[in-house]
Write a protein of this length. Structure first.
Ligand code: ZN
Length: 237
């Protein structure tokens, strides 16, 4: 067990968590950024192209073939990181979760205040009339999912070339700015906007939990190089 992390958490009721793909890899959801080579064998384009706004517009059916196969992991279950974070919120210690993940596992674990920087596969909407659909509308059809009105349904997921929701970004910055403890987990922090958001933190309890070392390690007050599910699993909450 990490005693330092245990003590930091015990002493605070104003913790904010910022997480990336590494939080969900222990639930069996691969980080597609680190698996580029894997996909290039089966698909004509790298994921950065297939998950771009222009590709969605021009090759909607091909987008959905890739999306259904490689972006939806609907059988995945929350791991100990998701569960302990939900528990920390329930007992009033954790104020918000800011996540780059789109899998909805924090909600599934019971967390309430979740800021999804990149959206969620569980929300989908008609591009013509705005009608909302859950993920079943994407899964239970072939080809391009269509609304009752005939419009194309699009996942509420931020694609490459698309901007982030500014309200969610502002809220995230605000939580980080006012946080006593900021725990960052499972992200390399290279990808925008992670690096920028962290600059809002003013405190001296920045905890970094990541399997590999990152460029932010020197900036952190505490660095734990381990699996995030394991680290949270060992916490006594
Ligand atoms: Zn519609």
């Amino acid at each position: 067990m990490n005693t330092e992390l245990q003590n930091i958490i015990a002493a605070s009721d104003n913790i904010v968590f910022f997480g990336g793909a590494g939080v969900s890899t222990e639930s069996g959801i691969p980080d597609f950024r680190s698996a580029d080579g894997l996909y290039s064998k089966k698909y004509k384009y790298p994921p950065e192209i297939m998950l771009s706004h222009s590709f969605f517009k021009r090759n909607t059916e091909e987008f959905y073939n890739f999306y259904r196969n490689k972006m939806l992991f609907l059988d995945a279950l929350p791991n100990m990181a998701h569960k302990k974070l939900a528990e920390l919120e329930r007992i009033g210690k954790l104020k918000a979760i800011i996540t780059q993940n789109i899998d909805g596992l924090h909600q599934q674990a019971g967390s309430k205040n979740i800021l999804e920087l990149h959206g969620s596969v569980h929300r989908n909407y008609c591009m013509r009339c705005g009608k909302l659909y859950n993920v079943d509308a994407i899964v239970n059809c072939k080809g391009v999912p269509k609304c009752d009105c005939g419009g194309t349904i699009k996942p509420d997921v931020v694609l490459y070339e698309e901007g982030l929701n500014s309200k969610i970004l502002d809220k995230s910055a605000n939580y980080i700015e006012n946080a006593d403890v900021l725990i960052i987990g499972g992200t390399s922090l290279i990808v925008y906007p992670a690096a920028g958001l962290i600059n809002y933190y003013k405190g001296n309890k920045l905890v970094l939990i990541n399997k590999a070392t990152t460029s932010m390690d020197r900036r952190a007050n505490f660095v734990i190089n381990d699996n995030i599910g394991k680290v949270f699993g060992e916490l006594l909450i």
